[in-house]
Every structure is written in structure tokens, then in C-alpha cells.
Design a protein around this ligand. Structure first.
Ligand SMILES: Nc1ncnc2c1ncn2[C@@H]1O[C@H](COP(=O)(O)OP(=O)(O)OP(=O)(O)O)[C@@H](O)[C@H]1O
Ligand SMILES: [Mg+2]
Length: 559
């Protein structure tokens, strides 16, 4: 940790990021705001910055640090240390004050100290102890909260809650200013990795880690360093240090893949998110030419150049359509087209876990995703999670509704380039605000594949199973005739069945075999005609600007 502190002190600190930046903390403290909540994944880096800026926080004109130290007292409370003075200039760290390890006695002590100092800041570290875990069923320490409210109403003390996640209960949100401490920028990662490398190549003895000096490392060239920094986006400096040190021990250099691995682990830890290793290839999506054109046009859109040109980062798309037409497949392929990581959100898990952990879970999940940006967030069957909104007040004390509101709000306000690719089958169970104009960059409707698209899908699935469609001597006209009204998933099933039949009879896939398999696959179209018609009706309703959703394919639909 010492290494981290020293190195981080040398780095320049973030001034831009999610939410308000570090300078804002200064203004809020100066303005006399008494309750401030700082979420910082890099807590040590934040504290380092805080220590260096605390004098500036209190006074408009920068006094000498010594003078400021006399006029302002900073205390810190955590369960482990109790209430102690925080003085970065002190030679030794103060010993813990066990008598104040409980928040009650600590607050009583704060009250007692009040008046002795001109200005007082109290940093509260173990926030969950007071605020609970941020869920409906978690229990905040109401006595402590009431006491803090009482103190701030009678004094000019500023309380700064410091936590790696936001666990503020929603009923307290309006009383507290919430600030996010941004994760390191690319430049800060670069500085940090260079410092780590220098630590290994330097001749100066490292008193802490003598073994370290014995390793000869390969110093990265400019291009690999850029890859390493790109891979590190979304990591804290602590994580940079762990991953880089591990990589150096194992490979004698910092390897981009090891840094990415750290990020994947963070995604998996959330429990609701999955890092999809091999997104689908866009070439494996049959048809949907209009969607493909739309995606291709936006290939270079997440760049600084595009931003400088005045283009906002795209928000996302909602794919609606009947089951089995390749909505999920197309969403997954977006990550491939844009060469971005693909992260899948399990809405079902998120909602079933929300009772007892609520919106805080959702907010944290969203910030985990933002930390990986630029990326594609794939939300499959979004309506499954959102369908309980209407009855939410009766069934779960409004948790589902609030979680849904948090997600919708985030879709609107997100600052990081996270492209949301969502799918929905049942438009009726989606809340209207989900499909209103402007919520998404585009809503695409995926219809049943027409003749041309069916041939493409046949070819894709034969090729995927190591067959050259042109070498099989097939009559695609006949095959596409026979499969009118079939979905892509059903065509895939036809190919699979014919392959199994061919294998069992020790023959190659043939036209007859494929046609026989067509007879064995029932068209969903026949059993779901009504809901398909209802969906098409919804899409086609004009609202003055064409259909409600853009057609994913320009190929003429069949009657
Ligand atoms: N247009 C297509 N091109 C190639 N393969 C397709 C296409 N449509 C469907 N498939 C095949 O069918 C499988 C299932 O499709 P997918 O899950 O993407 O459909 P969906 O529209 O998301 O259905 P659901 O609404 O049931 O989730 C795909 O993995 C793919 O193998
Ligand atoms: Mg799907």
C-alpha cells in the first residue's frame, strides 16, 4: 500500500469523471454544506488528494498549510480506529481510540470537541455501519443518523461519508450531496504503470521489497503501453498495482491480457453481470441489412474525434420482434462490429436480488459497467425484469419500480460510452416510458426472414457446421419456398436435424434430407399468429414520424 501511496502522490489527479469532480468537494465544503457522500473505489488515492487539498477546501485564499492546520481540525472515524485526528503532517499515525469505536460515543465526542476548533471536518469511513446496506430490509442506524442531523443543525461541522459504493437510502438522498471520485484516466494509468516499471529497473534499493529488485523486466514499448492503459480503463490504482505486479512476477513484463483479466473479474463479482468471451460474428447474422448498415455507419462514433465533431455517444438500441428471429444474436454481434467488450446483464437475477438490497445494487452494477466503458451492455428480454412495475407498490414496496426508474434514468444520463443493446418480445408488458421516442437511438423491429434472408440463414448454419453450401448442390429456391414463415432459429433446427439424419445414415446432407427436416419442425408462426399480428400492429402505428420502430431489414416482407 505504501508503494501505492507514494506513486499516487506523484500522479496528477482526475478532475473529470462520473458525476462531479474533485474540485466540487472543495466548493461544497467552502459553501458550508454539512453532509457530503463521496463514492471512491480508489479510496487511498482520494484520501491522498484530500489531505493535500484540505486547507484549500476551507479557505478561499490559499493559506500556508501550517496556518490552516491550526484553524481546521480533521477527524476520521472507522470501526477499527474509532475517532482519531487525521493529520497528514504528523510524524506518526495516531493510535486507535477504542472508546469511540462505536458511532454513538464517536458522535458524542465530536459534539464535545465542537467549538474548540474553528472548522471541523469528520470523515466517516465504515459507512454501512450507519447507513446499512442501502436496501429495504437493511437497517440503518437511525439513532446515529438523527444524531448527525442534530449536530449539523447546530454546528458548522462537515461530515464526509467515504465509501466504495453508494448505499444511501433513497429517503436520505435529498439531504446529502453525492460526489463520485473518478477512476484514473488513461494518462494516470500510464504514469502509474511507468512508475511501477521504474521501480523494477531503478538501481535504488527498495527497502520494502528487496526480492523485487532481482527481477529483470521487459520495459514496454509505446504501443504495448497504450494497449495496457486501454485495458486498464475502469480499474483502480490498487487493481493496476495488483495486476501489474502479478503480470511482472509471471511474465517479467506487464501484459495487456492480464490487466483485462482483472476487469473481467470485477464484472463477474457483481453477480448480475457476465463478461461474454466470444461475441457472435456479424457475418453469422443472416439478413437485417438495415441494422447492419446502421451499425457500420457508427463504427467510429465512440471516438474523441467524433465527440470533438459534436456527436454524442450513442445510447443504445431496443430490438423488438417475434421469438427466434435473431434479436439476441444481433445484439451480441454489435460488440464484434465495434470491437468492444460485451457484458450481459441478467435482469432476472437483478430483480430477484433487489428485495433487501434495492437500488443500491443497481447503481453499483451500473457503475461497474461504466468502469469498463467503452463497452456494449446486452440486456436480453428487458421486459422480463420490468413487468412487475405496475404492481410493484403492492408486491414489493415499490422496489421494482424504483430499480426500473434507476435504470431508465441512467439510460438517459449516463456519462460513459456504454452502448445498451436490449431485446424485447412482449411489447405490451414494457412500461410505456421504455419505448418512448428519444429513450433509445433507435428501436428496430425484426420481422420473420423473407426468402432472401432465409437462404442466407441456411447458408450460415451449413457453413457453421463445416459444410460448403455451394458444394452440396442444393436448390435454395425450393428450400426457401418450403420454409416460408419460419424463423431463423427454426431454420437452424432444420439444418441440425438434417445433419443428424445424414450422420446416422452415413450420408451427406442433401436437398431431400433438408426438406424432410422442414416437415419435422413446427412453425411457431402458426401458434403465435395473434401475438405476432399484435406486435406488428404496434410497430406500424404511425405517430407522425413513420412507424414506431425502424425495420431491421429492407428486404421486402412476404404477404
Ligand atoms: N437472422 C439469423 N441469422 C442467423 N441465425 C439466426 C438468425 N435468427 C436466428 N438465428 C439462429 O437462432 C438462434 C436463436 O436466435 P435468437 O436467440 O437470437 O432469437 P431471438 O429473436 O432473440 O429469440 P427470443 O425472442 O426467443 O429470445 C440464434 O442463436 C441463431 O443460431
Ligand atoms: Mg433472444
Amino acid at each position: 500500500m505504501q508503494i501505492l501511496m507514494n506513486l499516487s502522490a506523484r500522479a496528477s489527479f482526475p478532475t473529470k469523471g462520473v458525476g462531479m469532480d474533485a474540485k466540487d468537494l472543495k466548493y461544497f465544503v467552502r459553501a458550508g454544506v454539512s453532509l457530503i457522500y463521496v463514492t471512491a473505489l480508489d479510496q487511498e488515492v482520494f484520501l491522498d488528494w484530500f489531505d493535500g487539498n484540505v486547507a484549500d477546501m476551507i479557505f478561499q485564499e490559499k493559506p500556508k498549510a501550517e496556518k490552516a492546520a491550526k484553524k481546521c481540525a480533521v477527524y476520521e472515524w472507522s470501526l477499527g480506529t474509532g475517532l482519531i485526528v487525521r493529520d497528514p503532517l504528523a510524524q506518526e499515525k495516531p493510535s486507535s481510540n477504542q472508546a469511540t469505536s462505536g458511532i454513538g460515543p464517536a458522535l458524542a465526542k465530536v459534539m464535545g470537541l465542537c467549538g474548540a476548533e474553528e472548522r471541523m471536518i469528520v470523515l466517516i469511513r465504515d459507512v454501512m455501519q450507519i447507513l446499512g446496506r442501502g436496501g429495504v430490509q437493511s437497517s440503518p442506524d437511525l439513532v446515529a443518523i438523527s444524531k448527525i442531523r442534530d449536530i449539523v443543525s447546530r454546528t458548522s461541522i462537515t461530515f464526509i461519508f467515504l465509501s466504495n459504493i453508494n448505499v444511501l437510502p433513497s429517503w436520505m438522498e435529498r439531504e446529502v450531496v453525492v460526489l463520485d471520485w473518478p477512476l484514473p484516466t488513461m494518462e494516470q494509468h500510464r504514469q502509474f504503470f511507468q512508475d511501477i516499471q521504474e521501480g523494477y529497473v531503478s538501481d535504488e534499493p527498495d527497502s520494502k521489497n528487496k526480492e523485487k529488485m532481482k527481477i529483470q523486466i521487459d520495459v514496454l514499448d509505446e504501443e504495448t503501453m497504450r494497449d495496457v492503459c486501454k485495458a486498464a480503463q475502469g480499474l483502480t490504482q490498487q487493481e493496476d498495482l495488483w495486476a501489474a505486479s502479478y503480470s511482472i512476477m509471471k511474465n517479467k513484463k506487464i501484459v495487456p491480457a492480464v490487466i483485462s483479466e482483472m476487469k473481467k473479474q470485477n464484472i463477474c463479482k457483481s453477480g448480475f453481470l457476465e463478461w461474454v468471451e466470444q461475441p457472435e460474428h456479424i457475418e453469422d447474422v443472416g439478413g437485417m441489412d438495415e441494422l447492419k448498415r446502421w451499425l457500420n455507419l457508427r463504427r467510429a462514433i465512440f471516438t474523441q474525434e467524433a465527440r470533438d465533431f459534436g456527436i454524442d455517444d450513442p445510447k443504445g438500441i431496443l430490438m423488438i420482434g417475434i421469438p427466434g428471429v435473431g434479436k439476441s444474436l444481433a445484439c451480441k454481434a454489435i460488440a464484434h462490429v465495434w470491437n468492444m467488450p460485451l457484458i450481459r446483464l441478467d435482469m432476472g437475477k437483478l430483480f430477484s436480488a433487489t428485495v433487501g438490497s434495492s437500488e443500491a445494487n443497481t447503481r453499483n452494477m451500473l457503475s461497474t459497467v461504466e468502469a469498463v466503458a467503452p463497452c456494449v451492455l446486452f440486456i436480453d428480454e428487458i421486459e422480463k425484469g420490468l413487468s412487475g412495475i405496475k404492481s410493484s407498490n403492492n408486491s414489493d414496496a415499490g422496489v421494482t419500480a424504483r430499480v426500473a426508474a434507476t435504470i431508465l434514468q441512467w439510460l438517459q444520463d449516463k456519462k460513459q460510452p456504454v452502448f445498451v443493446a436490449a431485446t424485447a418480445n412482449d411489447i405490451a408488458s414494457l412500461p410505456p416510458e421504455m419505448t418512448r421516442r428519444g429513450r433509445w437511438d433507435e428501436m428496430f423491429f425484426t420481422d420473420l426472414p423473407n426468402r432472401t434472408e432465409r437462404e442466407m440463414i441456411f447458408r450460415i448454419h451449413l457453413r457453421k457446421r463445416r459444410r460448403d453450401p455451394d458444394a452440396l448442390n442444393l436448390n435454395f429456391e425450393q428450400l426457401t419456398d418450403a420454409t416460408k414463415g419460419y424463423t431463423g432459429a427454426e431454420i437452424e433446427q432444420i439444418v441440425v436435424i438434417s445433419l443428424i439424419d445424414a450422420f446416422c445414415s452415413k450420408k451427406e446432407v442433401t436437398q431431400t434430407g433438408l426438406l424432410k427436416a422442414v416437415g419435422e419442425v413446427t412453425r411457431m408462426f402458426d401458434t403465435m399468429k395473434e401475438s405476432i399480428d399484435a406486435l406488428k400492429d404496434w410497430v406500424a402505428i404511425k405517430d407522425g414520424q413513420g412507424t414506431r420502430a425502424r425495420l431491421a431489414s429492407t428486404y421486402q416482407a412476404e404477404g
